[in-house]
Design a protein around this ligand. Structure first.
Ligand SMILES: Cc1cc2nc3c(=O)[nH]c(=O)nc-3n(C[C@H](O)[C@H](O)[C@H](O)COP(=O)(O)O)c2cc1C
Length: 405
């Protein structure tokens, strides 16, 4: 058990859904970030995952029953409700949402939710039909109106084999949303446009020229910017990543489509973060039919793609423009050259030659440069890197003259 009191005292409710196993990872991430976590499981949750796992990860005995004399003697349920600086429920089952909406106090978790004045965050997880049901949606509306924060759900493949909305947000996204409010709100009222992922440049109907960008950094930035209060539009190249909750997503494939989408959504933006790895070149011609394997060699003529970030930075009514530089050598000089040449406000440089960070990885490290300063962001999960980058951007935005406020 951690001895120093943390500013994050999280009462984590786990209810009865398949996604309960993912909450073990959530506990691990929260503890790692310095939070104190008290897990409370519903009866149904214990059918999916054992309390011992949560106990080992949180360092605290898991609470499961209202009628537990020993636990009540140690810390009564009202005391526990007062202890929490926030209540987070992940996964939140359809059944629990219904009980919370109706104000039930028929088990320990529901009673704690009624007895606590702490902010409540709910990460729903359920089959897509259960999610779409008007009863579930009405319960959510009611809970939202009362101030509950709804995290997700995401869309994608579900445990039941169906595809649709209802997957619990990934633990890292929930942890970021839960931990961000202490620095959050700094982007309140700001509109942030973010590009992410690779672009694919078609050669013929079955082949393309692409790159190794996974889109994870741009998606993490979108998720964290939203949690910090920004209105976020994400222009995404072809990636199989869930849309961060509350973010408007526009899917594109090629550099030309990405340029068009960026320019279309640029009006009124305060910040443009160009995290996408836009292909520098595209095939001069796209063959209408599959190119046959005839000759020993095949020449592919490539032409330059437009430079989207430079084009945005050249506009009179430009937002604060943040570029990205993925370099394999002389990172600082290449990044600073790009900052000046393209007239960017900031550039975030990563060294993609280092194994385990950058492309396709969960982790990253950045050196961020602007005309009279720099910030070194040490290797960390991409959500944490995004948090530090956005905090820096919010500061630059506050200092900038000529940007809309
Ligand atoms: C195998 C299985 C999987 C289930 N998965 C979910 C789920 O993902 N989401 C959900 O809302 N309910 C799910 N349920 C139904 C809940 O477990 C059930 O409604 C239970 O009463 C919820 O109790 P609780 O809200 O107190 O945890 C599932 C049930 C079973 C048997």
């Amino acid at each position: 058990m951690s001895s120093a009191p943390s500013s994050h005292r999280i009462l984590l409710g786990v209810s009865g859904g398949i996604a309960a196993y993912k909450s073990a990872e959530l506990v691990r991430l929260l503890i790692k970030a310095g939070a104190e976590v008290q897990v409370v499981m519903t009866e149904a949750a214990q059918h999916f995952v054992g309390a011992a796992t949560f106990q080992a990860l949180s360092g605290r005995a898991v609470r499961t029953h209202l009628w537990d004399p020993a636990a009540e003697a140690a810390m009564g349920h009202i005391e526990l409700a007062r202890w929490a600086s926030q209540v987070v429920i992940a996964p939140a089952s359809a059944d629990l949402l219904a009980r919370l909406a109706q104000g039930h106090a028929d088990d320990l978790l529901a009673t704690l939710c009624l007895a606590s004045a702490a902010p409540l965050s709910l990460a729903p997880a359920m089959n897509r039909q259960m999610w779409a049901h008007p009863a579930t949606q009405a319960n959510l509306d009611l809970l939202r109106q009362r101030g509950a924060r709804i995290l997700g759900p995401a869309a994608g493949e579900q445990a039941c084999g169906e595809v649709g909305e209802g997957r619990m947000l990934e633990p890292s996204a929930i942890a970021t949303a839960v931990l961000t409010p202490s620095v959050g709100g700094v982007l309140q009222g700001r509109r942030v446009l973010i590009s992410a992922g690779p672009t694919l440049e078609d050669i013929d109907p079955v082949r393309f020229v692409g790159n190794r960008s996974s889109g994870k950094m741009g998606f993490a930035i979108a998720q964290v910017a939203q949690a910090m209060g920004a209105e976020v539009t994400l222009i995404a190249g072809p990636v199989a990543l869930a849309t961060p909750s509350g973010v408007q997503r526009v899917d594109v494939r090629s550099a030309l489509q990405m340029r068009e989408a960026v320019l279309q959504h640029l009006d009124g933006q305060h910040v443009f973060i160009a995290a996408a790895a836009v292909a520098d070149y595209r095939p001069r011609e796209v063959a209408a039919q599959k190119i046959k394997k005839c000759a020993d060699t095949l020449e592919l003529q490539l032409v330059r793609n437009p430079d989207i970030v430079a084009e945005v930075a050249a506009r009179q009514d430009r937002p604060l423009v943040v570029g990205f530089a993925a370099e394999t050598n002389d990172v600082e000089s290449h990044a600073c050259d790009k900052l000046a040449r393209k007239k960017l406000d900031m550039i975030a440089a990563n060294d993609v030659s280092i194994a385990g960070q950058g492309f396709e990885s969960e982790r990253n490290a950045l050196n961020v440069y602007w005309h009279d300063g720099m910030l070194r962001i040490a290797p960390a999960r991409k959500s944490e890197v995004a948090r530090q980058l956005l905090t820096c951007i919010a500061e630059r935005l506050a200092h900038a003259t000529g940007t809309p406020s």
